[in-house]
Design a binder for this molecule. Structure first.
Ligand SMILES: C[S@@+](CC[C@H](N)C(=O)[O-])C[C@H]1O[C@@H](n2cnc3c(N)ncnc32)[C@H](O)[C@@H]1O
Length: 242
């Protein structure tokens, strides 16, 4: 059976993905055939003895720019290697900021092709020719798109049915429309450095626990919203709820 999600990654540094793909949830998902990740070094599409993929910027300035011919050839060839041709995404700092609703949208796709930039980034004509969607993982500059691509893969694959076991369910996690931000979690010991587990979680009253968790989620979501908008709010301490 075909995997629910195939991700092709175009990168100059495929080795960076070794640990990421070889451990934990993602390696299990790959072993179960739920997700397939293919790595392509676009240097393999570069011509000439030195397989050059970058060059100095026209107009001067620091650094090197990724050349259009090898990257465009690689993206076009990889797209045609499987069906469907896939949703092409370039990792760029100026792209649309990734959030959980975009992650849900991407998790509905059968195939993603993620293009990782390096150095000063892409020759603009790569973007003009391939017209990829552009995604940023935040307002800061990374050395390359690989870490950003890993963020996309990690967030998307955990929404693929069967990837998470029941114990790791993504249903009531943060950012789901029903939940907002998730409530706080506690496990043993009951007290750590003078900090007790909230009493309500210890008494087995499931309705009260549910109420407390909903309230905690609501407070966290409001606090985060207030933080983002600069509003001030008063947060009620957990021991006064429940
Ligand atoms: C050093 S950055 C290039 C930065 C570019 N010169 C600029 O100032 O916008 C090299 C590559 O890292 C990736 N990258 C850097 N920051 C990123 C971010 N916030 N989100 C996604 N990709 C990013 C992109 O693929 C980019 O082409």
């Amino acid at each position: 059976m075909a995997p629910a999600l195939r991700v092709d990654v175009l990168t100059l540094f495929p080795g960076l993905f070794d640990g990421f793909l070889g451990e934990s949830i993602l390696s299990r998902a790959i072993a179960k055939g739920l997700v397939d990740v293919k790595l392509w070094n676009f240097r393999d599409w570069a011509e000439g003895k030195h397989h050059q993929v970058d060059d100095r910027p026209y107009g001067g300035g620091p650094g090197m720019v990724l050349m259009a011919p090898p990257l465009v050839a690689a993206a076009e060839a990889v797209a045609l290697m499987a069906e469907p041709v896939g949703r092409l995404i370039a990792m760029t700092p100026q792209g649309t900021r990734l959030n959980q609703s975009k992650v849900r949208e991407l998790a509905g796709e059968p195939r993603l092709i993620l293009v990782c930039g390096r150095y000063e980034g892409f020759d603009e004509r790569i973007l003009e020719t391939l017209c990829p969607e552009q995604i940023s993982i935040g307002d800061y500059v990374l050395s390359g798109g690989e870490v950003a691509a890993m963020v996309v893969i990690d967030a998307v694959m955990r929404l693929i049915p069967g990837v998470l076991g029941d114990a790791e369910s993504a249903i009531d996690e943060s950012f789901s429309p029903e939940v907002g931000l998730e409530y706080p979690h506690y496990t043993r010991p009951r007290e750590f450095r003078g900090l007790p587990v909230p009493e309500v979680l210890l008494n087995g009253d499931h309705a009260a626990i549910e109420r407390w968790r909903r309230e905690q989620s609501r407070m966290r979501t409001e606090a985060a919203h207030a933080h983002a908008t600069g509003a001030t709010i008063t947060v009620v301490p957990p021991e006064r709820i429940g």
